[in-house]
Design a protein around this ligand. Sequence first.
Ligand code: FUB
Length: 445
Amino acid sequence: MKKLLLLYLAMTISSLVVSQNPLVTHIYTADPTARVFDGQLYLYPSHDVVPPADLKNPPRFCMPDYHIFSLENGNTWRDHGVVLDQNEVPWGAKNSYGMWAPDCIKKGNKYYYYYPASPEDGSAFRRIGVGLSNSPTGPFKWEKNYIDGVSGIDPGLLLDDDDHAYLFFGGGHELYVAPLAENMKAITQKPLLIEGLPAGYKEGSFPFKKDSVYYLTFAHVFADEGYTIGYATSDSPMGPYTYQGKIMDNIDNGTNHHSVVKYKDRWILFYHWWDISGQNKLRSMRADYMEFKPDGTIRKVTPTLRGINTPTLGDTIQIDRYSEIKGAETAFVGGNEPKGWMVCETHMMSYVGFNRVNFGSGEAQKIHARVSCGQRIGSYEVRIDSPKGPLVATFNAQYTGGWNKWITQEAPVENKIEGIHDLYVVFKADWGSTKVVNLNWLVIE
Ligand code: FUB
Protein backbone atom coordinates (compact mmCIF):
# COMPACT_ATOMS: atom_id res chain seq x y z
CA MET A 1 0.00 0.00 0.00
CA LYS A 2 2.84 2.37 1.00
CA LYS A 3 4.61 1.63 -2.30
CA LEU A 4 1.45 2.25 -4.30
CA LEU A 5 1.00 5.57 -2.55
CA LEU A 6 4.61 6.54 -3.29
CA LEU A 7 4.14 5.61 -6.92
CA TYR A 8 0.98 7.64 -7.13
CA LEU A 9 2.65 10.64 -5.50
CA ALA A 10 5.74 10.38 -7.67
CA MET A 11 3.63 10.35 -10.79
CA THR A 12 1.14 13.05 -9.95
CA ILE A 13 2.41 15.73 -7.59
CA SER A 14 4.86 18.18 -9.10
CA SER A 15 6.46 19.04 -5.76
CA LEU A 16 7.53 15.42 -5.50
CA VAL A 17 8.51 14.74 -9.09
CA VAL A 18 12.15 13.95 -9.13
CA SER A 19 15.04 14.16 -11.44
CA GLN A 20 18.72 13.54 -11.07
CA ASN A 21 20.48 16.69 -12.35
CA PRO A 22 18.89 19.15 -12.01
CA LEU A 23 17.46 18.05 -8.67
CA VAL A 24 14.04 19.67 -9.04
CA THR A 25 12.28 21.00 -12.09
CA HIS A 26 8.98 22.44 -10.85
CA ILE A 27 10.59 25.73 -9.70
CA TYR A 28 13.97 27.39 -10.26
CA THR A 29 16.34 26.94 -7.35
CA ALA A 30 19.85 28.31 -6.81
CA ASP A 31 22.60 28.52 -4.17
CA PRO A 32 21.86 25.10 -2.59
CA THR A 33 23.07 24.71 0.97
CA ALA A 34 22.89 21.04 1.89
CA ARG A 35 22.77 19.89 5.50
CA VAL A 36 22.38 16.48 7.11
CA PHE A 37 20.34 16.59 10.31
CA ASP A 38 19.77 13.32 12.16
CA GLY A 39 20.67 11.29 9.08
CA GLN A 40 18.27 13.12 6.75
CA LEU A 41 19.47 15.29 3.87
CA TYR A 42 17.95 18.78 3.56
CA LEU A 43 18.46 21.51 1.00
CA TYR A 44 18.21 25.23 1.77
CA PRO A 45 18.38 26.96 -1.63
CA SER A 46 17.30 30.36 -2.87
CA HIS A 47 14.50 30.69 -5.44
CA ASP A 48 14.79 32.38 -8.85
CA VAL A 49 11.61 33.54 -10.57
CA VAL A 50 10.74 35.18 -13.85
CA PRO A 51 10.18 38.85 -12.88
CA PRO A 52 6.44 39.61 -12.52
CA ALA A 53 5.18 41.64 -15.51
CA ASP A 54 4.20 44.60 -13.30
CA LEU A 55 7.56 44.81 -11.53
CA LYS A 56 9.28 48.04 -12.53
CA ASN A 57 13.08 47.80 -12.78
CA PRO A 58 13.38 44.11 -11.87
CA PRO A 59 16.64 43.29 -10.10
CA ARG A 60 19.41 41.26 -11.74
CA PHE A 61 18.27 38.18 -9.83
CA CYS A 62 14.55 38.09 -9.01
CA MET A 63 14.27 36.15 -5.74
CA PRO A 64 11.10 36.50 -3.63
CA ASP A 65 11.26 33.73 -1.02
CA TYR A 66 12.82 30.51 0.22
CA HIS A 67 11.70 26.88 -0.04
CA ILE A 68 13.15 23.93 1.89
CA PHE A 69 13.61 20.45 0.43
CA SER A 70 14.27 17.07 2.01
CA LEU A 71 15.37 13.86 0.36
CA GLU A 72 12.67 11.21 0.76
CA ASN A 73 12.95 7.61 -0.32
CA GLY A 74 16.00 7.03 -2.56
CA ASN A 75 15.65 9.84 -5.03
CA THR A 76 12.64 12.02 -4.30
CA TRP A 77 13.03 15.63 -3.19
CA ARG A 78 10.06 16.86 -1.16
CA ASP A 79 9.33 20.57 -1.44
CA HIS A 80 8.19 21.81 1.98
CA GLY A 81 6.94 25.06 0.45
CA VAL A 82 7.75 28.67 1.24
CA VAL A 83 9.50 29.05 4.57
CA LEU A 84 10.06 32.81 4.34
CA ASP A 85 8.58 35.36 1.97
CA GLN A 86 10.38 38.63 1.28
CA ASN A 87 7.52 40.64 2.80
CA GLU A 88 7.69 38.69 6.06
CA VAL A 89 11.26 39.78 6.85
CA PRO A 90 10.68 41.91 9.98
CA TRP A 91 13.46 44.35 9.07
CA GLY A 92 13.29 43.99 5.28
CA ALA A 93 12.41 46.36 2.47
CA LYS A 94 9.14 45.31 0.81
CA ASN A 95 9.07 43.66 -2.63
CA SER A 96 12.83 43.88 -3.08
CA TYR A 97 13.17 40.39 -4.61
CA GLY A 98 16.59 40.11 -3.01
CA MET A 99 16.38 36.89 -0.99
CA TRP A 100 19.83 35.60 -1.90
CA ALA A 101 21.68 32.52 -0.66
CA PRO A 102 20.68 31.22 2.83
CA ASP A 103 22.05 28.59 5.23
CA CYS A 104 20.64 26.60 8.15
CA ILE A 105 22.47 25.01 11.04
CA LYS A 106 21.49 22.93 14.05
CA LYS A 107 22.83 23.63 17.51
CA GLY A 108 21.45 21.62 20.42
CA ASN A 109 17.84 20.94 19.56
CA LYS A 110 17.29 24.16 17.64
CA TYR A 111 17.62 25.01 13.97
CA TYR A 112 18.97 28.44 12.99
CA TYR A 113 18.18 29.74 9.49
CA TYR A 114 20.40 32.60 8.25
CA TYR A 115 19.43 34.65 5.22
CA PRO A 116 20.39 37.91 3.51
CA ALA A 117 17.79 40.53 2.57
CA SER A 118 17.64 44.22 1.64
CA PRO A 119 17.11 46.21 4.86
CA GLU A 120 14.26 48.70 5.06
CA ASP A 121 16.56 51.22 6.72
CA GLY A 122 18.75 51.33 3.62
CA SER A 123 21.88 50.85 5.74
CA ALA A 124 23.50 48.30 3.40
CA PHE A 125 23.02 46.36 0.18
CA ARG A 126 22.19 43.28 2.26
CA ARG A 127 21.95 42.54 5.96
CA ILE A 128 21.78 39.05 7.43
CA GLY A 129 18.89 37.89 9.59
CA VAL A 130 18.20 34.71 11.54
CA GLY A 131 15.18 32.62 12.47
CA LEU A 132 14.81 29.82 15.04
CA SER A 133 12.83 26.62 14.85
CA ASN A 134 12.41 23.27 16.55
CA SER A 135 12.26 21.60 13.14
CA PRO A 136 14.61 21.63 10.12
CA THR A 137 11.70 22.55 7.88
CA GLY A 138 10.29 25.27 10.11
CA PRO A 139 8.20 27.18 10.86
CA PHE A 140 10.92 29.59 11.97
CA LYS A 141 10.47 32.48 14.37
CA TRP A 142 12.24 35.37 12.66
CA GLU A 143 14.33 37.71 14.77
CA LYS A 144 13.04 41.30 14.69
CA ASN A 145 16.38 42.83 13.70
CA TYR A 146 19.24 41.83 11.46
CA ILE A 147 22.53 40.76 13.03
CA ASP A 148 24.22 43.94 14.16
CA GLY A 149 27.67 44.55 12.69
CA VAL A 150 27.17 42.28 9.68
CA SER A 151 26.51 43.57 6.19
CA GLY A 152 26.98 41.40 3.15
CA ILE A 153 25.62 38.37 1.34
CA ASP A 154 25.90 34.60 1.43
CA PRO A 155 25.95 33.50 5.07
CA GLY A 156 27.82 30.22 5.56
CA LEU A 157 27.83 28.65 9.01
CA LEU A 158 30.32 26.45 10.83
CA LEU A 159 29.55 24.75 14.13
CA ASP A 160 32.83 23.54 15.59
CA ASP A 161 33.26 20.42 17.70
CA ASP A 162 33.46 22.60 20.84
CA ASP A 163 29.98 24.00 20.00
CA HIS A 164 31.30 27.44 19.01
CA ALA A 165 29.67 28.72 15.83
CA TYR A 166 31.12 31.00 13.15
CA LEU A 167 29.38 33.10 10.55
CA PHE A 168 31.20 33.44 7.21
CA PHE A 169 29.84 35.91 4.69
CA GLY A 170 30.66 38.42 1.99
CA GLY A 171 30.65 38.96 -1.71
CA GLY A 172 33.24 41.03 -3.55
CA HIS A 173 36.98 40.85 -3.25
CA GLU A 174 36.82 40.05 0.45
CA LEU A 175 35.21 37.40 2.61
CA TYR A 176 34.70 37.75 6.35
CA VAL A 177 34.22 35.57 9.41
CA ALA A 178 32.86 36.37 12.87
CA PRO A 179 32.27 34.15 15.92
CA LEU A 180 28.64 33.88 16.96
CA ALA A 181 27.36 34.34 20.49
CA GLU A 182 26.04 31.38 22.45
CA ASN A 183 22.47 32.33 21.43
CA MET A 184 23.48 32.37 17.71
CA LYS A 185 21.79 35.74 17.19
CA ALA A 186 24.77 38.12 17.49
CA ILE A 187 28.45 38.21 16.69
CA THR A 188 30.95 38.50 19.52
CA GLN A 189 33.65 40.43 17.67
CA LYS A 190 34.00 42.66 14.63
CA PRO A 191 34.07 40.52 11.45
CA LEU A 192 37.59 39.58 10.47
CA LEU A 193 38.78 39.84 6.88
CA ILE A 194 39.78 36.28 5.96
CA GLU A 195 43.46 36.21 5.16
CA GLY A 196 45.23 33.98 2.68
CA LEU A 197 42.56 33.87 -0.04
CA PRO A 198 43.52 34.52 -3.66
CA ALA A 199 42.75 37.80 -5.40
CA GLY A 200 39.58 38.11 -7.48
CA TYR A 201 35.84 38.30 -6.91
CA LYS A 202 34.61 35.85 -4.29
CA GLU A 203 31.26 34.94 -2.73
CA GLY A 204 29.32 31.93 -1.49
CA SER A 205 31.48 31.06 1.53
CA PHE A 206 30.78 27.53 2.67
CA PRO A 207 32.94 26.27 5.56
CA PHE A 208 33.20 22.72 6.87
CA LYS A 209 35.58 20.68 8.99
CA LYS A 210 37.12 17.29 8.22
CA ASP A 211 39.82 15.49 10.20
CA SER A 212 40.70 18.65 12.20
CA VAL A 213 41.16 20.68 8.99
CA TYR A 214 38.94 23.70 8.36
CA TYR A 215 37.92 23.94 4.71
CA LEU A 216 36.59 27.21 3.36
CA THR A 217 35.01 26.74 -0.06
CA PHE A 218 33.87 29.73 -2.11
CA ALA A 219 32.83 30.83 -5.56
CA HIS A 220 35.82 32.51 -7.18
CA VAL A 221 36.03 34.42 -10.41
CA PHE A 222 39.16 34.27 -12.56
CA ALA A 223 39.36 37.11 -15.05
CA ASP A 224 40.20 34.69 -17.87
CA GLU A 225 37.84 31.89 -16.84
CA GLY A 226 34.80 33.20 -14.96
CA TYR A 227 33.12 31.57 -11.97
CA THR A 228 34.85 28.56 -10.44
CA ILE A 229 34.48 26.90 -7.07
CA GLY A 230 37.68 27.08 -5.06
CA TYR A 231 38.78 26.17 -1.56
CA ALA A 232 41.33 27.01 1.08
CA THR A 233 42.30 25.24 4.31
CA SER A 234 43.34 26.28 7.78
CA ASP A 235 43.98 24.84 11.21
CA SER A 236 41.72 27.47 12.75
CA PRO A 237 38.17 28.54 11.79
CA MET A 238 39.21 32.20 11.79
CA GLY A 239 42.18 31.53 9.47
CA PRO A 240 44.57 32.42 8.01
CA TYR A 241 43.70 30.10 5.13
CA THR A 242 45.88 28.63 2.39
CA TYR A 243 44.35 28.47 -1.09
CA GLN A 244 44.38 24.87 -2.39
CA GLY A 245 42.85 25.20 -5.86
CA LYS A 246 39.57 24.57 -7.63
CA ILE A 247 36.84 22.05 -6.81
CA MET A 248 35.00 22.83 -10.03
CA ASP A 249 36.15 24.60 -13.17
CA ASN A 250 33.98 27.19 -14.81
CA ILE A 251 30.93 25.49 -16.31
CA ASP A 252 29.58 28.51 -18.13
CA ASN A 253 26.86 29.10 -15.57
CA GLY A 254 27.09 32.82 -14.73
CA THR A 255 27.47 32.14 -11.01
CA ASN A 256 28.30 29.00 -9.11
CA HIS A 257 27.22 28.82 -5.52
CA HIS A 258 27.62 25.52 -3.76
CA SER A 259 27.86 23.54 -0.53
CA VAL A 260 29.59 20.35 0.56
CA VAL A 261 28.12 17.63 2.75
CA LYS A 262 28.86 14.07 3.81
CA TYR A 263 25.79 11.88 3.41
CA LYS A 264 25.72 8.10 3.79
CA ASP A 265 29.53 7.96 3.82
CA ARG A 266 29.99 9.88 0.58
CA TRP A 267 30.90 13.51 0.07
CA ILE A 268 28.63 15.50 -2.23
CA LEU A 269 29.07 18.86 -3.90
CA PHE A 270 25.81 20.75 -4.44
CA TYR A 271 25.91 23.60 -6.98
CA HIS A 272 23.68 25.15 -9.60
CA TRP A 273 23.39 25.47 -13.36
CA TRP A 274 20.61 26.64 -15.65
CA ASP A 275 19.56 23.33 -17.16
CA ILE A 276 15.88 24.03 -17.73
CA SER A 277 15.64 27.72 -18.44
CA GLY A 278 18.58 28.35 -20.75
CA GLN A 279 19.09 31.59 -18.76
CA ASN A 280 21.70 32.00 -16.08
CA LYS A 281 19.39 34.01 -13.81
CA LEU A 282 16.89 31.12 -13.66
CA ARG A 283 18.99 28.44 -12.10
CA SER A 284 18.50 24.84 -10.98
CA MET A 285 20.19 22.90 -8.20
CA ARG A 286 22.52 20.05 -9.05
CA ALA A 287 24.71 17.62 -7.12
CA ASP A 288 27.66 15.35 -7.84
CA TYR A 289 29.87 13.17 -5.73
CA MET A 290 33.15 14.68 -4.51
CA GLU A 291 36.28 12.87 -3.34
CA PHE A 292 39.25 13.68 -1.18
CA LYS A 293 42.76 12.52 -1.98
CA PRO A 294 44.66 10.75 0.82
CA ASP A 295 46.46 14.03 1.64
CA GLY A 296 43.13 15.78 2.30
CA THR A 297 43.04 17.81 -0.90
CA ILE A 298 39.90 17.64 -3.03
CA ARG A 299 39.67 16.03 -6.46
CA LYS A 300 38.06 18.33 -9.00
CA VAL A 301 34.40 17.49 -9.58
CA THR A 302 33.16 16.98 -13.13
CA PRO A 303 29.47 17.86 -13.53
CA THR A 304 27.28 14.97 -14.66
CA LEU A 305 23.67 14.52 -15.69
CA ARG A 306 23.32 11.42 -13.55
CA GLY A 307 24.20 13.20 -10.31
CA ILE A 308 23.80 11.45 -6.97
CA ASN A 309 21.16 9.31 -5.28
CA THR A 310 20.16 5.71 -5.58
CA PRO A 311 16.57 5.49 -6.78
CA THR A 312 14.57 2.67 -5.29
CA LEU A 313 11.08 1.19 -5.69
CA GLY A 314 8.55 3.97 -6.21
CA ASP A 315 11.13 6.60 -7.25
CA THR A 316 11.05 8.12 -10.69
CA ILE A 317 14.12 7.13 -12.67
CA GLN A 318 14.70 10.02 -15.03
CA ILE A 319 16.49 7.82 -17.53
CA ASP A 320 17.51 10.72 -19.78
CA ARG A 321 19.94 11.71 -16.97
CA TYR A 322 21.95 8.66 -17.98
CA SER A 323 25.32 7.39 -16.88
CA GLU A 324 25.87 5.76 -20.29
CA ILE A 325 24.23 6.11 -23.70
CA LYS A 326 24.84 4.52 -27.10
CA GLY A 327 23.10 5.21 -30.39
CA ALA A 328 20.31 7.32 -28.83
CA GLU A 329 20.00 10.98 -27.88
CA THR A 330 18.22 13.16 -25.35
CA ALA A 331 16.09 16.25 -25.94
CA PHE A 332 13.54 18.43 -24.13
CA VAL A 333 10.30 16.61 -23.67
CA GLY A 334 7.38 17.79 -25.80
CA GLY A 335 3.60 17.60 -25.49
CA ASN A 336 1.97 18.13 -22.10
CA GLU A 337 4.70 16.50 -20.06
CA PRO A 338 6.19 18.48 -17.15
CA LYS A 339 9.50 20.23 -17.90
CA GLY A 340 12.37 17.87 -18.47
CA TRP A 341 14.04 15.65 -21.00
CA MET A 342 13.47 12.34 -22.77
CA VAL A 343 15.57 9.70 -24.46
CA CYS A 344 14.89 9.87 -28.20
CA GLU A 345 16.28 8.72 -31.55
CA THR A 346 16.17 5.19 -30.12
CA HIS A 347 17.18 2.96 -33.01
CA MET A 348 17.92 -0.75 -33.28
CA MET A 349 20.27 -1.84 -30.48
CA SER A 350 20.74 1.62 -29.07
CA TYR A 351 20.70 1.71 -25.27
CA VAL A 352 20.78 3.96 -22.28
CA GLY A 353 22.29 3.02 -18.91
CA PHE A 354 21.48 4.37 -15.47
CA ASN A 355 23.74 3.26 -12.64
CA ARG A 356 22.93 2.49 -8.99
CA VAL A 357 19.26 1.48 -8.93
CA ASN A 358 18.10 -0.22 -5.73
CA PHE A 359 15.72 -3.11 -6.46
CA GLY A 360 15.15 -3.73 -2.75
CA SER A 361 14.84 -7.30 -1.49
CA GLY A 362 13.26 -8.88 -4.53
CA GLU A 363 9.72 -7.54 -4.20
CA ALA A 364 9.69 -5.56 -7.48
CA GLN A 365 6.76 -6.71 -9.62
CA LYS A 366 6.18 -4.17 -12.38
CA ILE A 367 7.92 -1.46 -14.29
CA HIS A 368 6.07 1.61 -15.52
CA ALA A 369 7.54 3.42 -18.51
CA ARG A 370 6.47 6.86 -19.72
CA VAL A 371 6.67 6.81 -23.50
CA SER A 372 5.50 8.46 -26.67
CA CYS A 373 5.52 6.64 -29.97
CA GLY A 374 4.50 7.42 -33.54
CA GLN A 375 4.84 3.87 -34.98
CA ARG A 376 3.92 0.28 -34.15
CA ILE A 377 6.98 -1.95 -34.39
CA GLY A 378 9.87 -2.90 -32.16
CA SER A 379 10.31 -3.32 -28.45
CA TYR A 380 12.46 -2.18 -25.61
CA GLU A 381 13.89 -4.21 -22.78
CA VAL A 382 14.99 -3.40 -19.28
CA ARG A 383 18.13 -5.29 -18.30
CA ILE A 384 20.58 -5.08 -15.43
CA ASP A 385 24.36 -4.95 -15.09
CA SER A 386 25.07 -4.52 -18.83
CA PRO A 387 23.10 -4.02 -22.08
CA LYS A 388 23.24 -7.81 -22.49
CA GLY A 389 22.77 -8.59 -18.79
CA PRO A 390 19.79 -10.38 -17.17
CA LEU A 391 16.39 -9.41 -18.58
CA VAL A 392 14.06 -7.61 -16.18
CA ALA A 393 11.09 -6.62 -18.36
CA THR A 394 10.05 -6.36 -22.01
CA PHE A 395 7.78 -3.69 -23.50
CA ASN A 396 6.33 -3.70 -27.01
CA ALA A 397 6.32 -0.44 -28.90
CA GLN A 398 2.73 0.82 -29.03
CA TYR A 399 1.36 3.71 -31.09
CA THR A 400 0.49 6.41 -28.52
CA GLY A 401 -1.06 8.93 -30.90
CA GLY A 402 2.22 10.45 -32.06
CA TRP A 403 5.72 11.35 -30.90
CA ASN A 404 4.29 14.08 -28.64
CA LYS A 405 1.50 12.02 -27.03
CA TRP A 406 2.52 10.34 -23.82
CA ILE A 407 1.21 7.22 -22.11
CA THR A 408 2.45 5.07 -19.25
CA GLN A 409 3.13 1.47 -20.26
CA GLU A 410 3.46 -1.34 -17.75
CA ALA A 411 5.34 -4.65 -17.91
CA PRO A 412 5.88 -7.40 -15.33
CA VAL A 413 9.29 -7.92 -13.74
CA GLU A 414 10.35 -11.32 -15.07
CA ASN A 415 12.96 -12.29 -12.47
CA LYS A 416 13.48 -11.72 -8.79
CA ILE A 417 16.09 -9.00 -8.49
CA GLU A 418 17.68 -7.87 -5.26
CA GLY A 419 19.98 -5.05 -4.28
CA ILE A 420 21.68 -2.33 -6.26
CA HIS A 421 22.29 -2.77 -9.99
CA ASP A 422 23.04 -0.66 -13.02
CA LEU A 423 19.92 -0.56 -15.17
CA TYR A 424 19.87 -0.54 -18.98
CA VAL A 425 17.08 0.06 -21.47
CA VAL A 426 17.88 -1.58 -24.79
CA PHE A 427 15.85 -0.60 -27.87
CA LYS A 428 15.01 -3.15 -30.57
CA ALA A 429 13.57 -2.55 -34.01
CA ASP A 430 13.01 -4.61 -37.15
CA TRP A 431 15.42 -2.56 -39.16
CA GLY A 432 18.00 0.11 -38.53
CA SER A 433 16.26 3.37 -39.20
CA THR A 434 13.02 2.74 -37.24
CA LYS A 435 12.73 4.86 -34.10
CA VAL A 436 11.33 2.68 -31.30
CA VAL A 437 9.92 5.05 -28.63
CA ASN A 438 10.66 8.29 -26.85
CA LEU A 439 11.25 7.38 -23.23
CA ASN A 440 10.76 9.90 -20.41
CA TRP A 441 11.03 7.93 -17.16
CA LEU A 442 10.69 4.57 -15.45
CA VAL A 443 9.23 3.64 -12.07
CA ILE A 444 9.84 0.19 -10.61
CA GLU A 445 7.08 -0.93 -8.33
O1 FUB B 1 21.59 33.95 -5.95
C1 FUB B 1 21.97 35.29 -5.78
C2 FUB B 1 23.45 35.39 -5.66
O2 FUB B 1 24.07 34.87 -6.82
C3 FUB B 1 24.05 34.57 -4.54
O3 FUB B 1 23.89 35.13 -3.28
C4 FUB B 1 25.44 34.49 -5.02
O4 FUB B 1 26.24 33.60 -4.31
C5 FUB B 1 25.23 34.14 -6.46
O5 FUB B 1 24.94 32.77 -6.62
